[in-house]
Design a protein around this ligand. Structure first.
Ligand code: GAL
Length: 363
C-alpha cells in the first residue's frame, strides 16, 4: 500500500509536470524550455531528454488479448499492431500476449510487462469484473492504461474519473449492435418473418461469453428492438456459445431439432452465426425463405454469406476505427495530452444492400 501511494504520488507529479509543460495539448518544444538562465550543457541535456520522451519509436507498449482463438479479436489485434507501427512505434517494442482465457495468467503478464519496463498498457481483459485489479497494478506503477473491446463496469470506470487516473476504455456501445440486429429483422416485416402466421416471432438466441457486456446487451437489445415495434416474441432456446463457431453449430443443431418452429436465429457474433448456418443448412432450412439469421462483427466469411443471402444480416464491429482510436489514446498518454475516460465508436447495420461496400472497406 505504501509503495502504491508512493508511485501514485510520483505518477501524479509526472502527469502535472507533463500537463503543465503543454500548451494547447502539445508539449512545449525543448528549445522554449531551455531559454533563460539555463547553462548550455544543461539546456542540451534537457533537449535530449525531451526529444527522447517524445520519440515514440523508443516507447514500449504492452498488449494483452483475452484469447488469440477469437476471430474478431485476431483481426483487431493485427490491425492494432500494424497501425501502431505505421504511427512510428517499432515492432520490437510492442509486446502482445495471449491471455488464453485466464485472468490469472493475464494479471501475471501485466505484472511482468510492468516489471520489464513498459510505457503504456493496452488491455483486452479476460474477466471485466476483475478490471479493478488490473487498474490498480497499472496506476500503482504510474503506467497509463487503455482498455479495449471488453468494457469494465460503470463502478470501475467511475474510479478512473474520481481519481483522475490515466485510464480509458475504447469501444462501441453494445446496446447499439443489439438494436441494429433487431432492426434488420423488423425491416423485413412481420408478415415475412412470422412463417407459421401466429403473430409471434419464435426465436433462438446463441450468446457469447455471459460475463461480457457485449453478450448481455446484444441478447437484450436485439429482442427489445422487435418488442419496441410492437411485435410479440417467444424465446424457444437461449444458450451460451462463448463466441465460438463449433459450439454454436452444436447448439443450433439441438435447438432446430427441438424447435422446428424457429423463425429467427440471433447470434451474438458472426463466428457463431457461421456455425448456426451449418446447422440450418443441415436441417434442410433456407435462410431468407423459412428462417432468418443475424450476427455481429462483419467477418469476411459472414459478409460473403450476407451477399449471397445465406445470412440475413450482420453488424459491422469496426475494428479499424477501434484499434486506431486505441492507438491514438496511447499516443496521447505518451505525449501527456490525456484522454477522456470513455472513447466510443459506432456500429453499422449490414444487409445485402451494403455488405459489398463493407467488404471492400475491410479487404
Ligand atoms: C465482441 C465481438 C465478439 C468477440 C468479443 C470478445 O465485440 O463481437 O466476436 O470477439 O468481442 O470480447
Amino acid at each position: 500500500m505504501k509503495n502504491r501511494t508512493g508511485s501514485l504520488f510520483i505518477a501524479g507529479v509526472l502527469v502535472v509536470a507533463m500537463l503543465s509543460g503543454c500548451a494547447g495539448g502539445e508539449p512545449i518544444p525543448a528549445e522554449d524550455e531551455a531559454t533563460g538562465d539555463t547553462g548550455s550543457l544543461e539546456a542540451s541535456q534537457q533537449e535530449a531528454s525531451a526529444e527522447k520522451s517524445n520519440d515514440i519509436s523508443q516507447k514500449k507498449i504492452g498488449i494483452c488479448i483475452y484469447n488469440f482463438d477469437d476471430n474478431f479479436m485476431t483481426l483487431y489485434r493485427n490491425e492494432l499492431v500494424n497501425y501502431l507501427v505505421d504511427q512510428g512505434f517499432s515492432e520490437e517494442n510492442i509486446t502482445v500476449e495471449n491471455s488464453e482465457l485466464s485472468q490469472e495468467k493475464q494479471n501475471k503478464q501485466i505484472q511482468d510487462m510492468i516489471d520489464g519496463g513498459i510505457d503504456v498498457l493496452i488491455i483486452n481483459a479476460v474477466n471485466t469484473s476483475e478490471s479493478a485489479t488490473i487498474t490498480d497494478m497499472a496506476v500503482g506503477a504510474g503506467i497509463p492504461l487503455v482498455y479495449i473491446n471488453r468494457e469494465p463496469d460503470a463502478e470501475e470506470e467511475q474510479r478512473w474519473v474520481d481519481n483522475g487516473w490515466e485510464v480509458t476504455y475504447v469501444g462501441c456501445d453494445a446496446r447499439q449492435s443489439g438494436t441494429l440486429q433487431g432492426d434488420i429483422i423488423t425491416d423485413i416485416g412481420l408478415e415475412k418473418i412470422d412463417k407459421n402466421g401466429d403473430s409471434i416471432v419464435q426465436y433462438i438466441m446463441i450468446e457469447g461469453d455471459p460475463e461480457n457486456i457485449d453478450a448481455q446487451y446484444r441478447t437484450q437489445f436485439s429482442v427489445k428492438a422487435l418488442e419496441d415495434k410492437g411485435w410479440s416474441v417467444k424465446c424457444l432456446f437461449d444458450e451460451v456459445g462463448n463466441w465460438d463457431m463449433e459450439t454454436a453449430k452444436a447448439l443450433s443443431k439441438e435447438a432446430l431439432e427441438k424447435y422446428p418452429e424457429t423463425e429467427v436465429v440471433f447470434c451474438n457474433n458472426d463466428a457463431m452465426a457461421l456455425g448456426a448456418l451449418m446447422s440450418i443448412k443441415a436441417a434442410g432450412r433456407t435462410v431468407g425463405d423459412d428462417i432468418y439469421l443475424v450476427g455481429v462483427d462483419a467477418l469476411t466469411e459472414a459478409l460473403d454469406d450476407v451477399i449471397d443471402g445465406s445470412i440475413t444480416g450482420t453488424v459491422f464491429n469496426d475494428y479499424f476505427d477501434q484499434s486506431h482510436r486505441a492507438a491514438a489514446a496511447t499516443i496521447n498518454y505518451m505525449k501527456g495530452a490525456g484522454n477522456d475516460h470513455y472513447i466510443g465508436c459506432d456500429y453499422v447495420k449490414v444487409t445485402k444492400e451494403n455488405a459489398q461496400e463493407i467488404l471492400d472497406r475491410i479487404k
